[in-house]
Write a protein that binds this ligand. Structure first.
Ligand code: SF4
Length: 78
């Protein structure tokens, strides 16, 4: 297993929570919004926003990696 396999990914992380959707006009469904709720996130950033979901009802997170400030990178856990 190389380092890339062990790297945290928001997509598969238990700390990644979907909270709300974007507001849109014309009654279209907005993209979902995702935030990091790791207990240490407030120590590393004031903005825990992770990213937007794709267009569509399910709207899965589009980010393929983790945030630069990911607390798991610092701790070396996953
Ligand atoms: S930033 Fe790190 S801890 Fe937060 S959701 Fe993404 S992978 Fe998980």
């Amino acid at each position: 297993m190389n380092n890339a396999d062990k790297a945290p990914r928001c997509k598969n992380c238990n700390h990644c929570k979907q909270i709300g959707r974007m507001q849109t006009q014309q009654r279209r469904l907005g993209r979902k919004k995702y935030y990091c709720e790791h207990p240490k996130v407030r120590r590393v950033t004031n903005n825990s926003f992770v990213g937007f979901g794709a267009m569509g009802y399910e709207s899965p997170l589009t980010l393929k990696t983790a945030k630069r400030w990911c607390p798991l990178k610092e701790a070396g856990e996953s």
